[in-house]
Design a protein around this ligand. Sequence first.
Ligand SMILES: Nc1ncnc2c1ncn2[C@@H]1O[C@H](COP(=O)(O)OP(=O)(O)O)[C@@H](O)[C@H]1O
Ligand SMILES: N[C@@H](CCOP(=O)(O)O)C(=O)O
Length: 294
Amino acid sequence: MLTVRAPATSANLGSGFDVFGVALGAPADVIRVERAPETSISITGAGSNYIPTDPEKNTVGAVAEALDAPATIRIDKGVRPSSGLGSSAASAAGAAVALNALYDRGLSREELVPVAAEGEALVSGEAHPDNVAPSLLGGFTIATDDGVTQVDASLPVVACLPETSVSTRDARDVVPKTAALEDVVDTVGHAATLTVGMTRDDPELVGKGLNDAIVTPERSALIDGYDAVREAALEAGATGVTVSGAGPGVLAVCYAADQRAIAGAMMDAFDAEGIESRAYQTTIGEGARLYPNG
Ligand SMILES: Nc1ncnc2c1ncn2[C@@H]1O[C@H](COP(=O)(O)OP(=O)(O)O)[C@@H](O)[C@H]1O
Ligand SMILES: N[C@@H](CCOP(=O)(O)O)C(=O)O
């Protein structure tokens, strides 16, 4: 048996829709695999009641198929589905690392990105790699048609998840199909600022770089309480706030000293709207970790 811990991720980071992503120190999915004649899946943990065990409907089944690696796969979900923290991607990335090792396929982490993205295609209709790339590689990733660029980063963040759900597929439907040139220019500037900030672990530059005028305004309208939560996080010291992935999670970038106050302020703001939430105080962290002996 092989075990892999695959981290949650926060994709888009405002200005990098379908391109940027970061791995988070917590939460994570744990995937255990054993060789078997046919793939079977069992699931425990966060939101497991809502996740199909049919290999044709689960992201890990798509990965097993893509690697021609049938297995008994046990998923312990730490990442709640449809919360904006790359839940389906964490399982896909974990399964890709585990099955690649189990069957000695010899693929590099970079080569596993399109394999794990097959799982994303299954659930969201498109093989967007911006969650699986950081879950596989860790740090900050830039995923384009030319491949993935990875930068190690360790900035403090707060990811606040309300007890509501937004399906990635639904949230993709509200993304504008066209944009004004001035908004594109603005977004390019923020994306470049964010990228430099990641290379320097600079909360101010990354915080500024989260801004975007194209996708986030449409997406945030799907999240009850978003404006109040964003304002509360900024008042408590966050250097920038945006929608995590497709939402409803909200991501704040900050200095470590402000993390606790920001987490409290975000949860209080959701609470004032009658919405329970949970906040992870964590940092940008490592990619999927393989435990070869159990
Ligand atoms: N292994 C898996 N882990 C989590 N969700 C999965 C998995 N396999 C399939 N799904 C389905 O994917 C959907 C969640 O995906 P999505 O809306 O993209 O949210 P998330 O960002 O949490 O992945 C749910 O319908 C869920 O049932
Ligand atoms: N680029 C995707 C990212 C979805 O992230 P998730 O964590 O909500 O699955 C999108 O914005 O649609």
